[in-house]
Design a protein around this ligand. Structure first.
Ligand code: TPP
Ligand code: MG
Length: 379
């Protein structure tokens, strides 16, 4: 094994677990399928107390203005998507529509640690990521409506948000497909001599695709500045991870390629940010990849057409008790950074931005019929 690979494997071992107290669960996950379900409640509560303390400690070390913006983006993501569900039900949005409700801490914690010129690519659960990357909520909503004011002129819809100028490269419907494209984006950043990095999001079900393994191998071999973010929400459509994956720890899979990895609590936005900052530094300074397994939970169905019969309501309730927004708000209050008045201001601002987006989408014209023949590529 070349020296560099051996050194990196050692890094992977020492840096595998976050400082947020999640390491014990990750080690346990090694021997059983779906270890998260088997965690005993008392132990989980004790871990939660530890994580809450670490969230408050990190809050105290962070600028209040940044914390305000982080909370705003999380609340905006939540309101925006609740409205998406509402207008979907009355037929204003058609086709597939996958909501991100419950996973907001992942996008905010990771993406808000980026520089503006860094790149992001993700799967079809992409509305909130698009907004955080700077696409105005109006353009995201108009895209959902299939209107010309949308970020891709109404031709992409829910799954295909895109804005190259803002460094947001989709919105992809083929599970795992974006992992190869994201790896290529990081290759381009390195080839062009920039110090930019790429954040590449995917779900845990995408890890079973060959593309994941081919990409991780190349990323470490060619030392690419890419951060792979596996949003492990435990389900791929209606199939639980337990029924689809022989090893339940995704982070551990990075060891096969000598890539540094971490396991992170996706309900804790500060822990997500902290782990991402380490990965960004590794990518920007040393041009090395990282795999972050961020454990989270989607509160809604896989998509708007999911009847959701495969999950027990008790399980959903268990995760809702650790709603990432409520958790963050409570920590901010306990750390005496914000008061109820601040929360009210943030909530009102998010509601206003969502209403403005809805109005814009309603008033935006539908594409002209002639648009059927533009931007269409066929051999
Ligand atoms: C190559 C491919 N196979 C199957 C599908 C159908 N499909 C769409 S979403 C999905 C589940 C993906 O789950 P995960 O990667 O965990 O992401 P999540 O939806 O949980 O965010 C599947 C199998 C697809 N779109 N592409
Ligand atoms: Mg999933």
């Amino acid at each position: 094994m070349p020296k560099t690979a051996a050194r990196q494997t050692a890094t992977a071992k020492t840096e595998k677990h976050s400082a947020n107290g999640a390491s014990k669960s990750a080690v346990k996950a090694k021997n059983g399928n779906g270890a998260a379900d088997k965690v005993n409640r008392k132990q989980a509560q004790a871990e939660n107390v530890g994580r809450k303390k670490s969230q408050k400690d990190l809050i105290k070390q962070t600028e209040p203005e940044l914390l305000r913006e982080m909370l705003y983006q999380m609340v905006l993501g939540r309101y925006f998507e609740q409205k998406c569900a509402e207008v979907y039900r009355i037929g204003k949005i058609g086709g597939f529509c996958h909501l991100y409700i419950g996973q907001e801490a992942v996008a905010v914690g990771t993406m808000m640690a980026l520089r503006e010129d860094d790149f992001v690519i993700t799967a079809y659960r992409d509305h909130v990521q698009a907004i955080i990357k700077g696409i105005p909520p109006e353009e995201v909503m108009a895209e959902l409506y299939g209107k010309t004011g949308g970020c891709v002129g109404g031709k992409g819809g829910s799954m295909h948000m895109f804005d190259a100028a803002r460094g947001f490269f989709g919105g992809h419907g083929i599970v795992g497909g974006q992992i190869g494209v994201g790896t290529g984006m990081a290759y381009a950043q390195k080839y062009k001599g920039t110090d930019g990095v790429t954040l590449c999001f995917f779900g845990e079900a995408a890890v079973n695709q060959g593309m994941f393994h081919e990409s991780l191998n190349m990323a470490q071999l060619w030392k690419l500045p890419v951060i792979y973010i596996c949003e492990n929400n435990k389900y791929g459509m209606g199939t639980s991870q337990k029924r689809a994956m022989s090893i339940s720890s995704v982070a551990e899979k990075a060891n096969a390629y000598g890539i540094a990895s971490e396991f992170v609590d996706g309900m804790d936005v500060m822990a997500v940010r902290e782990a991402t900052e380490r990965a960004i530094e590794r990518a920007r300074k040393d041009s090395l990849p990282t795999l972050l397994e961020i454990r989270c939970y989607r509160f809604m169905g896989h998509s708007m057409s999911d009847p959701g019969k495969y999950r027990a309501s008790d399980e959903i309730k268990k995760y809702q008790e650790r709603d990432p927004i409520v958790l963050f708000q409570n920590s901010l209050k306990e750390a005496k950074v914000f008061t109820d008045k601040d929360f009210e201001e943030i909530t009102n601002r998010a509601k206003e931005a969502t209403e403005k987006a809805l109005k814009f989408a309603d008033e935006s014209p539908l594409p002209d019929e002639s648009e059927l023949f533009t931007d269409v590529y066929a051999d």
